[in-house]
Ligand binder design. Structure first.
Ligand code: HEM
Length: 76
């Protein structure tokens, strides 16, 4: 996923759909039932942007997210 090939091949709308409904028979879960529209779009944008990020940038964004009340409760 990090290589960026998927991000080039798929449009934002396609990624959104995949994140929301999952892909049957692959283990790719549907996040629609457990995540709201805002979160699904956030994940979509993350999938698109992540190949252009470095670990520090990612960490910075993750910390901001936690500050906004969307933590997943990781200890680090
Ligand atoms: C338990 C976690 C997850 C598992 C086991 C999982 C597994 C998979 C699998 C097996 C595929 C299909 C690959 C293929 O058919 O070639 C897939 C595709 C995909 N997954 Fe996940 N996934 C997980 C979490 C996530 C998360 C958190 C996201 C993003 C929010 C995500 C985004 C995608 C996308 C965008 C694709 C489509 C790739 C394409 O264009 O072919 N996945 N995932």
């Amino acid at each position: 996923m990090i290589s960026g090939n998927i991000q080039k091949a798929r449009s934002e709308a396609e990624i959104y759909w995949i994140v929301k409904y999952g892909i049957k028979m692959t283990g790719m879960p549907a996040f629609g039932p457990t995540h709201g529209e805002d979160e699904l779009w956030g994940l979509t944008v993350l999938v698109k942007e992540i190949p252009r990020m470095n670990p520090d940038h990612y960490r910075q964004l993750a910390e901001q997210e936690n500050g906004m009340g969307h933590g997943h409760g990781h200890a680090h």
